[in-house]
Structure formats: C-alpha cells, structure tokens
Design a protein around this ligand. Structure first.
Ligand SMILES: [Zn+2]
Ligand SMILES: [Zn+2]
Ligand SMILES: [Zn+2]
Ligand SMILES: [Zn+2]
Length: 384
C-alpha cells in the first residue's frame, strides 16, 4: 500500500515529490495549478540560449534522429578535393544518414535543411502544392476580371491556356501524383535529420498569492535551484506496511502500520494530527515526532550514527556493522516507548502508529495536519 497526496486543484493523487508549499500563504500546489514563467529557452546539445522567442530548434550544429528524436552523433570525413562529408548516427535506433559532399558550410542544421528542401519528396510536394495554389488564386483573380499578375502571365501559362480551358486548369488539384511523393513504406533515403528541438526552463509561482515557489539557475548547464519549496523537504515521509512487518506476532491481514519519518534536516518536535476515512480505523489522533537532540556541527561518523538512530527498529537489519550495532543497542537498552498511547513503536524522528482496515476498498483516505514553519497545513492523502 502506498500513500499519495492530493492538491486542492484536482482529485488526482500525486507523489509528495510533485507538491510544493508556499512560504507566504502555505497553500499546497502542484505543477498543474502553479503559474509557470519562462526563464530560458536553450539547445540541450550545444547549450546556446535561443536568439528569439519564436525559435524552436537549434540553428547551429545539433541534430536529432527523425525516428526517435535522440541527439545524433556526428562524424566528419575530409575529402581530398577539400570537400567534407558528414555522417550522423543515432545511438538509440541505429538510424544513420550520410550527407553528399559539402563545400562551404555555415552550420550543419542549415546544410541539412537545404538538402531536405532539394531532395525530400514531401518537401518538394509541399513546395509544388504551394506554387500550384498561388497560380490558381492568380488565375481566379484573372477570370473574375482582376488585374493580371505579372509573374502568372508568363509565356508558358499563355501557351497552356491555348490548349486547355481555364476552368480545367483551376481544377487541376494535383500538380504531382501522390505516388511520386513516396508515401507508405518510406525508405531511409527520403528522411533527413532534424535540427535539435530546444528545451525550456520555467520558474513557478504560487497559484494563490503569486509568491515564487521554484526558481532555477538561468545557466542552461546548471541544474541548481535558487529557490525551492518541495513539500517532501518540509513534511515527514509516510510509508504504509503490513503490521506483521513491524510486529511479527500479528497475522491479521487488515492490520497495517503507518510509519512516519521526519526529513533528515529537521530537529524540532513535529505535532501531527491524523484523521482517517470511514473505511479505516486509526486509534491515534495526535502524536509528536521527537528528536534525540538538535542537528549540530558534527563529524561524518556522528552524522551517520544520528541518521541510523532515525531508522525505525523494524527496518534495522544486520547487513552492515553500524546497523547491527544500533539494533543490539536498542535491544539491550530499549529507549522507544512501545505501545504507549496506542503507538506501535517510536524513536528519534520516527513514529509508527496502527491502522486497521474496516472495509475493503480500493482507496482509503487520511487527513493530516502538520505545522510548516509555524503554520498548520492540512493535507489529504489517498492510500491505495
Ligand atoms: Zn502562496
Ligand atoms: Zn494543483
Ligand atoms: Zn545546439
Ligand atoms: Zn533514433
């Protein structure tokens, strides 16, 4: 059984990692209801920032596979006559393309687009259709007594008009046959690499008060966040396990355990109020996550020891020395207040409370009220 969380904008449960909590108004929000603002648009191949708002693809040398859209590996061959030839290979689907000999070259994307314009049957068909409709419109204007367009009134056209009726030419919808464009069963010779599509970074604002929730570093190469408000960093994590996992003596399949673990960085007691839907019974209404001591400057070993103390006892196995030592320490000097106030087990920064399934249902709900920076935030979780 897993716990997923609800954002007030929808009834679709989310992972806790997709929710943010506003520092100003404490509203819980998700990517769907947050207000995005474009920070930077860049090419994921060469990391150049887009020159204009309308630019959608790289205009330098980055290309993508026309089949699976992965970046292409490009190699260059220098020919004796001073010309060059490029080979593009997709490491995903093994699609490959070799350019003909190229003389002067400004950019690879420009070169490939030029080749496509001259060689690709679809591009050619598109261009001739465009030309055809341009002529047709001109002829219609002529027929309606409009001015004769210079470019249309060519000698070739007048020659054709001598042989064919104008209305027949206007109905000539197919300047080239469909078969010529090589429709189904397209071969690799008729496809070309595409310039790599650009990616964008967005910053997000709170849907209620407009405060910034997430701010990224504007450098395309950086994945650093300048500001974050992840709910997962502020709330304890919740895991649901069969009670037998925590207490091997319990065999009832409807008996479950809710395991709350505080985030590594918290050291102040957290008071949590919990309420279950009618299909489940939770005998504990309120509990507090307490800690051994404040997080202070400490050595790596001390940090490890402190974090090991944050592991619930039932999860301690003897796979490593440090876990085995902690387990025997707890067994010899049980510091946890087991079964106190209906709780199953408790330790530094973690707490296990019982939950009993009264009615089998595909989903159960719980409501938690947790303080975030001094303000109580209510969250709904869907258990399924
Ligand atoms: Zn807000
Ligand atoms: Zn939302
Ligand atoms: Zn690029
Ligand atoms: Zn591919």
């Amino acid at each position: 059984m897993i716990a997923q969380w609800l954002c007030s904008c929808s009834t679709e449960p989310n992972s806790i990692y997709k929710l943010n909590i506003c520092a100003k108004c404490h509203r819980v929000s998700c990517n769907w209801c947050q207000k995005p603002e474009l920070l930077v648009k860049y090419c994921p191949g060469c990391f150049r920032v887009a020159g204009s708002e309308g630019q959608l693809r790289c205009i330098h040398n980055c290309l993508e596979c026309p089949r699976c859209e992965l970046n292409l590996s490009i190699s260059m061959e220098k020919l004796i006559n001073g010309f060059k030839r490029f080979e593009m290979v997709c490491n995903g689907c093994k699609w490959r393309y070799k350019t003909p000999e190229v003389g002067v070259l400004r950019t690879l994307t420009g070169c490939v687009e030029e080749l496509e314009k001259n060689e690709d049957a679809y591009t050619q068909r598109f261009n001739s259709l465009r030309e055809f409709y341009r002529i047709k419109r001109g002829l219609q204007t002529m027929e309606e007594g409009g001015a004769i367009n210079e470019s249309i009134a060519s000698k070739e056209l007048f020659d054709r008009l001598n042989e064919t009726k104008l209305y027949k030419m206007i109905n000539e919808e197919r300047p080239i046959g469909l078969g010529d464009a090589g429709d189904a069963g397209d071969t690799e010779e008729t496809t070309f690499p595409h310039p790599l599509r650009l990616r964008a970074k967005f910053d997000f604002r709170c849907p209620s008060c407009g405060e910034w929730l997430t701010k990224s570093h504007p450098d395309p190469k950086s994945s650093r966040l300048l500001l974050e408000s992840f709910a997962a960093h502020m709330l304890p994590s919740l895991e649901i396990v069969p009670r037998s996992e925590v207490e091997p003596s319990v065999s009832d399949k409807n008996a479950m355990a809710l395991v709350f673990t505080a985030s590594d960085q918290s050291d102040a007691p957290v008071e949590i109020t919990i309420l279950g839907s009618a299909t489940i019974q939770i005998p504990v209404r309120q509990f507090t996550l307490t800690f051994d001591g404040p997080v202070k400057r400490e050595s790596t070993m001390e940090t490890i020891k402190r974090l090991v103390r944050r592991v619930p006892t039932y999860q301690l196995n003897s796979s490593t020395n440090i876990l085995a030592t902690e387990k025997s320490r707890r067994l010899s000097r049980p510091e946890t207040v087991a079964h106190k106030d209906n709780m199953i087990d408790q330790g530094s920064g973690w707490c296990i409370i019982p939950m009993y399934i009264l009615e089998p249902a595909t989903t159960h709900r719980i409501q938690l009220t947790i303080p975030v920076k001094g303000v109580y935030v209510t969250l709904q979780a869907v258990l399924h």
